[in-house]
Design a protein around this ligand. Structure first.
Ligand code: FES
Length: 114
């Protein structure tokens, strides 16, 4: 075990071996990252943002090609990104929770108009 991966916003973390994917580290930390392709870089559902200070192994050609420049904004595929040391990962908001929060905010705005 020579890498620590922390996931935000939960703050959950896992200690894993160098070379472990972010997706496997998430599973070890008890954090859910949605996937549909089983980690084959085909579904794009596992997109995460890695903080710039994160220690990662170099991005592979296939992941770079599939991300089409998003890697320059620190967006990576969790199933392809391998850690080499301390790594911090931001997870996107859960789509269902985000939709509920948006609906509640809209309802509150409407109530304030009355
Ligand atoms: S799990 Fe499908 S692209 Fe990463």
């Amino acid at each position: 075990m020579d890498a620590e991966v922390t996931f935000y916003p939960s703050g959950k973390s896992a200690r894993v071996r160098r070379g472990t994917t972010v997706l496997d580290a998430a599973r070890r930390a008890g954090v859910t990252i949605a996937t549909r392709c089983g980690g084959k870089a085909a579904c794009y559902m596992c997109k995460v943002t890695v903080r710039p200070s994160s220690q990662l192994l170099p991005i592979g050609d296939e992941e770079r090609r599939k991300l089409a420049g998003l890697d320059e904004k620190n967006i990576r595929l969790a199933c392809q990104t391998r850690v080499s040391g301390k790594t911090e990962v931001e997870l996107p908001p859960d789509p269902l929770r985000a939709a509920v929060a948006k609906a509640l905010a809209r309802q509150k705005e409407e109530e304030e108009l009355w």
